[in-house]
Design a protein around this ligand. Structure first.
Ligand SMILES: Nc1ncnc2c1ncn2[C@@H]1O[C@H](COP(=O)(O)OP(=O)(O)OP(=O)(O)O)[C@@H](O)[C@H]1O
Ligand SMILES: [Mg+2]
Length: 510
C-alpha cells in the first residue's frame, strides 16, 4: 500500500469531519427529538473511548423547570466574576435589581480557568428539548454550563474545585443581591395568605463609616470588630457559640446611632430587620419573627428603653424584696416569665412580650438558626435598661455615641463642604472643646441654606451657633449655682443629682 502523504492525510481527515458535520447538521435539523437523543448518546459513548476528558453539566432548570438551579446560578456568578475578562463574547443584562449591568459569557463561548495548576474549560451551551406540559409538540431551549477537564484530575475537580466554585459563586451572588429593609410595623399589615410576617422595601441608605463623624480610633476598632465577626464562621463553630453578635449603641439623640446601623449594614452587605417591639403581640410572635429572619442581617430594636416597660416588670417584684434579694429575684424572673409565656405583660403596652421573651429572642436556642446575624439595640438612656438585657454575651459590644468632637467635625466638613482644612477650624476646635453639641446639630449648620452659601459662610454660621450654645450653657450654669446656694442657705440641703440626666442632654460647658 502506498503511504499517504501528509497533505493527503489532512485532506482525508478534513473531508471526513466535514461529512460528519454535514450529516450531524441534517440530523439536528430534520430528525425527531428521540432519534437525535439516541444518536447523541451513542456518539458520546464512542467518543469516550478516544477522549480522555470528563464533562460535568450544570443545567439551568432541573426537573419541572419551576425553580432555577442554585448550582447553575452559582456557576454563572463565579464565571461572570472570574472569567468575563478572558471571554471574547459576552452577554450584557440588567441585574435582578435593575441597578447595574451584569456581564456573563455568551452562548457557546468557551473560557479557561485554572485551579491548583489544573486547567479546566467552561462552555455555556443549550439544547432544544420538548416540553411535556404543552398540548402540542413544542421545543424549548435548555441552557447549561459544561465543565471539561482531564480525567487524571477527577478527584481535585469534583472535590475542591467545585466546592471552591460553589462557595465563591454564592458569595458573589450574596454581595450583588439587592439588600432589603424589613419591618414588622403594623402600618404594613400583611394579608392572611401572605407567608411572611415581615414587609420590606429596598435598603438604600447612603451612610458609610467614611461619612460617620466620630473619633478615628473608635471608628477603626468598630470596623475591625465587624469585619472579624463576618469572617469568623469557623471560629464560632469551634467554640460552640451561635454565629451572632450583639451591639448596644447608646448616647443622646442626634449622635448617629441610626446612621451607624446603616453604615454597619453597608460595610458588611447585610439586610436590616427593623423590629418594632410594641407591634409584636406576644413571645410566640416574637419567635416567629426571629425564625423568618435570614442570615447576613442586622436585627435592630431602636429605643429599647421605650419599646416595652421591661424595667417596670422587675420593679414590681423588687417592691416586695429587699435590695439584697433583688439580684436573686432578677435571676429567677427570666425562668418564671418563660413559664408564664407572656402572662406577665406590661400594663403600659398592648404587647405581651416579656423580658424573658426578649432574652430568649437574643440568645435562646432559636436564635442560633441561620447564623451570621447582628442584633443591635439603641437607647438614649443606657442606665434605664435592665442589666440582664445588656450584659456581655448578650450585647457583646457597648458603643457610646457622644457629642461632636473636633475629629468628628472634620469628617462632617469634608462630607458637607469638601474641605479638609480652613483658618476657621482653630476657632471651631476651641469651641467644640468647651461645649456639648451633637453631630446632627453641627451637620445642620454646615448645610448650605442657599445656592450663594460657600464653605466660609457655612463655617461662620456654625461658629455663631457654637457661640450661642456656649452662652446658653454659661447662663444655665450660673442659674444652677444660684439655686444651689439658695437651697443650702434655706435647708442646709445639698441638692442631689436628680436633674443631672436632663442636664446631660442640654448644651452645657464641658
Ligand atoms: N456621628 C454622625 N456622623 C454623621 N452624621 C451624623 C452623626 N450623628 C448624626 N448625624 C446626622 O444627624 C442625623 C440624625 O442622626 P441619627 O438619626 O443617626 O441620630 P440618632 O443617634 O439615631 O438619634 P435618636 O437617638 O434620636 O434616634 C443623621 O441623618 C445624620 O445626618
Ligand atoms: Mg435613631
Amino acid at each position: 500500500m502506498v503511504p499517504l502523504k501528509m497533505t493527503e492525510m489532512w485532506a482525508t481527515m478534513g473531508s471526513t469531519i466535514a461529512s460528519f458535520m454535514f450529516v450531524w447538521a441534517i440530523i439536528r435539523q430534520y430528525c425527531p427529538y428521540e432519534l437525535r437523543r439516541f444518536f447523541e448518546k451513542y456518539t458520546h459513548r464512542l467518543m469516550g473511548y478516544f477522549h480522555p476528558y470528563i464533562r460535568i453539566s450544570f443545567h439551568e432548570f432541573v426537573g419541572d423547570r419551576l425553580k432555577r438551579s442554585e448550582a447553575y446560578a452559582a456557576v454563572e456568578a463565579y464565571l461572570s466574576a472570574n472569567t468575563s475578562k478572558s471571554a471574547k463574547r459576552l452577554k450584557a443584562e440588567m441585574g435582578r435589581d435593575s441597578s447595574k449591568l451584569v456581564l456573563t459569557m455568551d452562548e457557546y463561548e468557551r473560557v479557561t480557568d485554572e485551579f491548583q495548576g489544573v486547567k479546566v474549560w467552561w462552555v455555556l451551551s443549550k439544547i432544544m428539548s420538548p416540553t411535556r406540559s404543552m398540548p402540542y409538540y413544542q421545543e424549548q431551549e435548555k441552557r447549561f454550563y459544561k465543565l471539561t477537564f482531564h480525567y487524571k484530575y477527577r478527584d481535585t475537580i469534583t472535590g475542591s474545585y467545585l466546592e471552591h466554585v460553589m462557595r465563591e459563586g454564592k458569595e458573589i451572588r450574596l454581595k450583588n443581591r439587592q439588600r432589603k429593609l424589613y419591618t414588622n410595623s403594623p402600618g404594613y399589615k400583611w394579608p392572611s395568605y401572605k407567608q411572611t410576617m415581615w414587609s420590606h422595601i429596598v435598603f438604600e441608605h447612603p451612610a458609610t463609616f467614611d461619612t460617620l463623624a466620630m473619633e478615628p480610633e473608635k471608628k477603626k476598632e468598630i470596623i475591625e470588630d465587624l469585619l472579624t465577626f463576618s469572617k469568623s464562621k469557623d471560629f464560632y463553630a469551634r467554640i460552640g457559640k451561635a454565629w451572632k453578635r450583639g451591639y448596644l449603641l447608646y448616647g443622646p439623640p442626634g449622635t448617629g446611632k441610626s446612621t451607624m446601623i446603616a453604615a454597619m449594614a453597608n460595610l458588611l452587605g447585610y439586610d436590616v430587620y427593623d423590629l418594632e417591639l410594641t407591634a409584636v403581640k406576644d413571645n410566640t410572635e416574637l419567635r416567629k419573627l426571629l425564625i423568618e429572619t435570614t442570615c447576613k442581617s442586622i436585627i435592630v430594636i431602636e429605643d429599647i428603653d421605650c419599646s416595652l416597660d421591661l424595667t417596670g416588670q422587675r420593679k414590681k417584684k423588687s417592691e416586695i424584696a429587699s435590695d439584697d434579694d433583688l439580684d436573686k429575684v432578677n435571676a429567677d424572673l427570666g425562668r418564671k416569665e418563660a413559664k408564664e409565656d407572656g402572662s406577665s405583660s406590661s400594663s403600659s403596652s398592648s404587647s405581651k412580650v416579656t423580658l424573658s421573651g426578649l432574652l430568649n429572642f437574643i440568645d435562646g436556642i432559636w436564635s442560633a438558626s441561620g447564623g451570621e446575624r447582628l442584633i443591635v439595640f439603641t437607647t438614649n438612656y443606657v442606665e434605664k435598661l435592665d442589666p440582664a438585657l445588656i450584659r456581655r454575651g448578650r450585647m457583646d459590644k457597648h458603643i457610646e455615641l457622644s457629642y461632636c468632637c473636633f475629629d468628628g467635625f472634620k469628617v462632617l466638613a469634608k462630607n458637607y463642604l469638601k474641605i479638609e482644612t480652613h483658618p476657621m477650624f482653630d476657632t471651631i476646635e476651641k469651641l467644640l472643646g468647651q461645649i456639648k453639641i451633637t453631630p446632627a446639630d453641627v451637620a445642620e449648620n454646615l448645610m448650605p441654606k442657599s445656592p450663594m452659601d460657600d464653605a466660609e459662610s457655612c463655617l461662620s454660621s456654625l461658629i455663631e451657633a457654637l457661640e450661642e450654645v456656649k452662652k446658653v450653657a454659661a447662663t444655665t450654669k450660673v442659674e444652677e449655682q444660684k439655686q444651689q446656694r439658695i437651697l443650702i442657705k434655706e435647708n442646709g440641703e445639698i441638692p442631689g443629682d436628680r436633674d443631672s440626666r436632663s442636664k446631660e442632654s442640654q448644651p452645657a460647658i464641658a
